[in-house]
Design a protein around this ligand. Structure first.
Ligand SMILES: [Fe+2]
Length: 498
């Protein structure tokens, strides 16, 4: 990757090269990553793991890891250099929060430990806080099920050279290994312990397209349910009868710990027991503000009926995060106010004809709080919601009140299909199932069941979006294409297929 071996000679004096080859060759098998760009900073990540699927294979000791960050890929102009500690209690992961960098520019980085050199990563800082022009290329990804397919959409994403990748949940799946799967999950069952979650993340990181994308651009990540347990809500598991509260708390702590260890996130996301702070804001000059939500940890348990979904006491975000989001939307200096929500906000009425039938685990199941946000959107500058979970492309206008077909359009939403989850779908069967529902959901502008991701070119006057899809995830390589192009105009709520 990007000439790591060649430039290693420049980095390391000959005496040092001879002195220490104390770690095995594959110690950087999990690659490198960067994330959460600031105008002057970036998080650099790696994890030492010569035996990644079996606990990592590192000695039970703190290991110093040197890092270098340069303005060029040959590391002739190194601007930061230092040493971080890879600690056994964090799975020998390394998170370096580099500051003092220049805004809106590209950097290259690499690590060295025990005489071994990592692949070279490429990253980019956020634009200057006062810059209002320019453009931002953002890729939206979610839902990568190892067993359902190869993560080939990332190969195309890398070719599109995004400034930042937004991942909105289901980075791993906790499901049991299946003998009939395209690629089989490691282990013997669902992960419950820290060691088991570490092995699962390590397996996912071994996908070459995912690893290359991490090395190619910074990620901004949040998690959904499958990073822990399908459909969990706060401290309530999918199957409370089978997982007592204490056991589920321990599972949450293990899952969050492994999540932190494998993601390029700041120290604010170091978990405390069964809690991790993931909701946060990132600024891209005055062009875009990105509000990253946590719709899992603070939500009420989901409703089981239409009436229950309308219960005003249900919350998706919890009081503190809800106020944080409202404040961040109303005081924003940004042209575009992006909301990264794991789950869909626009209505999905599944019942053809009279009456409604919703999915209770999405925002539809938390109607009162959702509707309050939709009302607030009227006074927010250009709100755009970016979500996942559905394993479909669903692009919608957001209406002030979905119960009233005459109500105003107040924003737009993109549900960014999946990287591989659900595998190659039968498009005709999908149309037969979903097309009859379109009349009941006139706010849907585009529906599709291909695997892929969405790509956004964000500028002051508008956003040009592309739905990028692949022909298959059943093979390690695929053919990408643009399924559709969409356009959002600043100051005019809603989205149009062009
Ligand atoms: Fe998913």
């Amino acid at each position: 990757m990007l000439g790591a071996a060649a430039s290693a000679q420049l980095w390391l004096p000959a005496t040092a090269r001879a002195a220490e080859n104390s770690l095995p060759e594959g110690v950087f098998s999990l690659g490198v990553a960067s994330g959460d760009p600031l105008p002057d900073g970036i998080v650099l990540w790696t994890r030492l793991a010569p035996d990644p699927l079996n606990g990592g294979g590192m000695p039970d000791a703190v290991v110093p890891v040197q890092f270098e960050l340069a303005e060029d890929e040959r590391f002739r102009k190194v601007v930061r250099r230092g040493t971080a500690q890879a600690r056994p209690e964090y799975g020998h992961s390394v998170h370096v929060d580099v500051r003092g960098l220049r805004p809106g520019r590209r950097y290259w980085y690499r690590f060295r430990a025990g005489g071994r050199i990592s692949p070279v990563g490429r990253t980019r800082t956020a634009p200057h806080p006062y810059s209002s022009g320019g453009d931002l290329r953002l890729a939206l990804a979610s839902c990568q099920n190892w067993q359902h397919g190869y993560f080939t959409p990332y190969a195309d994403m890398l070719a599109q050279d995004p400034d930042v990748v937004l991942f909105v949940g289901d980075y791993i799946y906790e499901s049991v290994p299946s003998a009939t799967a395209l690629r089989r999950h490691e282990g013997t069952g669902e992960p419950y312990t820290l060691a088991q979650y570490r092995n699962r993340y390590a397996q996912y990181r071994s996908d070459p397209d995912l690893a290359a994308m991490h090395a190619g651009a910074p990620f901004v990540v949040t998690f959904d349910d499958h990073e822990v347990d399908n459909d969990f809500a706060g401290e309530i598991p999918q199957d409370p009868a089978k997982q007592p509260h204490d056991a589920f708390e321990a599972r949450l702590a293990a899952a969050y710990q492994a999540y932190y260890e494998h993601m390029p996130v700041r120290a604010t996301a170091v978990p405390t027991g069964a809690h991790i702070r993931m909701y946060r804001r990132l600024e891209f000059g005055r062009l875009a503000r990105l509000n990253v939500l946590d719709t899992r940890q603070y939500r009420s348990d989901q409703a089981t009926s239409q009436a229950g979904a309308m219960d005003p006491s249900l919350t998706m975000l919890g009081a503190a995060q809800k106020q944080w989001l409202l404040d961040g939307l109303h005081d924003s200096p940004a042209r575009w106010n992006l909301i990264a929500s794991q789950i869909m906000m626009a209505e999905t009425d599944l019942l053809v004809g009279e009456g409604k039938q919703w999915f209770y685990d999405a925002w539809d199941g938390y109607q009162a709080e959702r509707n309050q946000f939709l009302k607030e959107f009227r006074s927010v500058r250009n709100p755009v919601v970016l979500t996942g979970d559905r394993h479909l492309t669903m692009v919608s206008d957001l209406k002030e009140d979905f119960a009233n077909p005459q109500s105003a359009v107040v924003g737009a939403e993109f549900v960014g299909t999946s990287i591989s989850s659900n595998g190659d779908q039968d498009q005709d069967a999908f149309r037969r199932e979903w097309d009859p529902r379109r009349a009941d959901n006139p706010h849907w502008k585009l529906l599709d069941a291909h695997r892929g991701y969405h790509l956004f070119d964000i500028r002051r006057d508008g956003i040009d979006a592309q739905v990028r899809v692949v022909d298959t995830v059943r093979r390690p390589t695929s053919t990408p294409s643009t399924l559709a192009r969409l356009r959002l105009e600043a100051g005019r709520p809603g989205v149009e297929v062009v």
